[in-house]
Design a protein around this ligand. Structure first.
Ligand SMILES: [Zn+2]
Ligand SMILES: [Zn+2]
Length: 256
């Protein structure tokens, strides 16, 4: 089964992909299921720079796309940036919609370093620790379906940094995800950047699985149409099949 659960289209301030073109390409490549996961970035600086997309317009847009292209399953998802810092606000914003999957991602450190863009210099050990502590808070406190791009700060590195100091923290993140039924995303954006390796890397996927983790997602994180269309090759190579459930608490919220 061919799928890609992390794609940005025109409701994301940093993407130029048009929904129709995406659907046409996904169908031509025989995808079974894709998820558009627009950014919901709510930190003050992000809001003042990029504004807030209309969630209602976005939701209607995905429903119309699905009607126009019934050959493929389209998920109307969302990527909430730094959800744990604005949890109640974000939760209320999305409460009227049945977004799935809900991706959670850490983009900022406590010192306001944006780790999703090229860094001026490599992170210090204290910043690496802070990055993973934020991820632990995110998976502990927020009702997300998928933890997105764990290790994103490494995307622009051309070597693998020493993360021995945070191995315990990473194990805690995985154990918490397993307990709370949050899927681990293997993000492919870093394959297109100097790092040339997925994030997290295959050995972290193996650690997650050794700890009992079974829910795994794959996402191209495409913002350009040319960057969409290879997730299935990676998933096949890694033996990953689509296995993401709606987070139990979100499910209860929707049914209730
Ligand atoms: Zn992101
Ligand atoms: Zn993304």
């Amino acid at each position: 089964m061919r799928f890609d659960y992390h794609i940005h289209t025109e409701f994301s301030y940093d993407s130029v992909i048009k929904g129709d073109a995406l659907m046409a390409k996904a169908i031509s490549l025989h995808y079974d299921e894709i998820a558009i996961t627009e950014h919901l970035d709510l930190l003050p600086l992000e809001l003042s720079n990029y504004g807030l997309p209309s969630l209602k317009k976005y939701h209607v847009y995905t429903k119309l796309l699905q009607e126009r292209y019934p050959q493929i399953k389209l998920r109307s998802g969302i990527e909430i940036g730094d959800y744990h810092l604005l949890r109640d606000y974000a939760k209320e914003l999305i409460s009227g919609f049945d977004f799935f999957p809900i991706l959670g991602s850490v983009h900022f450190l406590r010192d306001h370093t944006n780790v999703a863009i090229p860094l001026k210099k490599p992170l210090s050990n204290a910043q690496i620790r802070d990055y993973y502590e934020n991820n632990l808070a995110l998976v502990s406190e927020c009702d997300i379906d998928i933890l997105a791009h764990l290790g994103v700060y490494k995307r622009y590195y051309d070597y693998r940094p020493d993360e021995r100091l945070v191995q315990g923290l990473i194990k805690d993140i995985f154990k918490t995800m397993i307990k709370r039924k949050i899927a681990l995303e293997i993000n492919l954006s870093s394959l297109r950047k100097p790092y040339r390796e997925s994030i997290p890397e295959p050995d972290y996927l193996q650690l997650y699985q050794e700890l009992g983790g079974e829910l795994i997602s794959v996402g191209s994180d495409a913002h350009l149409l040319e960057n969409f269309g290879e997730a299935h090759l990676f998933a096949e190579q890694m033996g990953i099949t689509l296995n993401v459930d709606r987070h139990p608490e979100s499910e209860a919220l929707i049914q209730g």
